[in-house]
Design a binder for this molecule. Structure first.
Ligand SMILES: [Zn+2]
Length: 457
């Protein structure tokens, strides 16, 4: 097997303080100093990981409307409560009225694009375990599928539309629970993404996108748990399980305001799919929305809290949560979580990051699979021979490298169309990964090299 020499790869211009690890890509150096300066931990990291801006996707982001988001959240809050265990018969109040309005709204977007969205109620009878009565409840998600060229790979962009007044009584399904921030904000963002993607991509992207409005989140992630189990049972490959939950509050109890930062939550391990998704969304933000400060948190979710990305993480998929920088606990899960306390421009900024992430992932080919690494004996064991299987639609592949202490990738090597690469790195001290590049330049998520299992000395 011919291994392409690392020296032939080139490094994309995203690199920080270049170490002298011998990648061989740099111009011929001046006479070497006796001791090379080591890269420092404080080196500024570009963070874009070599991702490029797609002009059509950037134009789609500009179509995201603050006014639409405001109108959608207003409508959702006006249902009074959307408690998953509440009344479903009224046309003006409660979870049933809300889901029928969501279904009608998504169906309207589909009509406008010639039927490009497949809209459905996705329901399951589920026992609410936290309720001492153990009631059986019909949990109803509303989904809009935008089929791509590849109908086996799905990018799920979700948010829960149910609400609660859990801080007073978790199972009060009657009293006011407008849930304008939690999670009318994320629901409005997902609805707006469905509208824009249907309009801008009526023939779909490469992967299929599922816009998911979940129910039963507040009682224990019921709707997303059902959808994650369903898509796995049906054999779909989940590229990402993305969730917006509380993306509209900008004022904390003590008066602090932050309308320019969004938090991302991505689960351990550091070389796992959720963390790669988190790095990807972070990089996408730097490329498409540099004015929005992305604060990645390397953690599944906030302490003792959860959201609709978690069932996907638990199923082995990359999952990620987007949420506001500052929470307001005096309103959360209370009747005070109303329309007056939501910043719609802030939701729209986060929706743009959502759309850039969804679009980038769905434009890209599948991730490389069967990625392996072995020490390269002919080179004396210092170099690593990487190999993976070709992926349909991939024009090229790239190898990414970072120090173990670096939050994101620092160097990117272009491999061309080969599916092997000789990485001339001291990999004991680094993380490395491989990703696919489509003909149009869209990058897949990176797949980390597996750690060699056998221990030798
Ligand atoms: Zn929520």
């Amino acid at each position: 097997m011919a291994i392409r020499r690392g020296a032939q790869g080139h490094v994309l211009p995203v690199v920080v303080a270049m170490s002298v690890l011998g990648c061989g890509h740099a111009p011929a150096p001046a006479p070497a100093p006796a001791a090379a300066p080591a890269p420092t931990a404080s080196a500024a990291i570009d963070g874009r990981m070599g991702l490029l801006r797609d002009a059509q996707l950037a134009a789609a982001l500009d179509a995201i409307s603050v006014e639409r988001i405001r109108a959608d959240d207003s409508t959702l809050a006006a249902f009074g409560t959307r408690h998953a265990m509440g009344d479903t018969l009224s046309d003006s109040r409660g979870v049933g009225a809300a889901r029928r309005w969501i279904y009608r709204t998504l169906s309207g977007y589909s009509r406008d694009c010639g039927g490009c969205l497949r809209v459905e109620y996705d329901s399951a009878q589920m026992v609410i375990e936290r309720d001492a009565q153990k009631p059986l409840v019909n949990i109803v998600n509303v989904l809009a599928w935008l089929p791509g060229r590849d109908t086996t790979r799905i990018v799920v962009m979700g948010g829960h539309y149910d609400s609660c007044r859990c801080s007073l009584d978790p199972f009060d399904a009657v009293g006011d629970a407008p849930g304008a921030d939690d999670n009318g904000s994320g629901s409005s963002a997902v609805l707006e993404l469905a509208r824009v993607f249907a309009h801008r991509y009526p023939k779909g992207l490469d992967a299929t996108v599922v816009f998911a409005l979940y129910s039963g989140e507040e009682e224990g992630l019921y709707g997303s748990t059902h959808l994650a189990a369903r898509v796995h049972a049906q054999g779909y490959r989940v590229v990402a399980g993305l969730a917006d939950d509380m993306v509209g509050n900008v004022t904390a109890e003590d008066g602090r305001v932050d309308s320019t930062t969004v938090r991302l939550y991505g689960a351990d391990p550091d070389n796992g799919g959720s963390r790669e998704l988190e790095r990807y969304a972070w990089a996408v933000g730097l490329v498409y929305e540099p004015a929005l400060h992305v604060l990645p948190v390397f953690r599944m979710d906030r302490i003792h809290r959860g959201s609709d990305h978690i069932p996907f993480v638990q199923a082995g998929d990359p999952g990620l949560r987007f949420t506001e920088r500052l929470e307001n606990y005096t309103r959360q899960h209370r009747p005070e979580d109303n329309f007056a306390h939501v910043d719609f421009g802030y939701i729209a900024r986060i929706a743009r990051l959502n759309a850039a992430t969804v679009g980038s992932l769905a434009l890209a080919p599948a991730t490389p699979y069967g990625v392996g690494a072995t020490r390269d004996v002919p080179s004396g064991g210092q170099d690593w021979a990487l190999a993976w299987h070709a992926v349909p639609g991939a024009a090229r592949y790239e190898v990414l490298v970072r120090r173990t202490t670096s939050p994101t990738y620092e160097r990117v090597f272009d491999v061309g169309a080969d599916t092997t690469y000789l990485l001339r790195e001291q990999l004991d001290d680094e993380w490395a990964a491989v990703r696919s590049v489509g003909a149009g330049g869209a990058r897949s998520l990176a797949v980390d090299l597996p750690q060699p299992a056998a221990v030798t000395h």
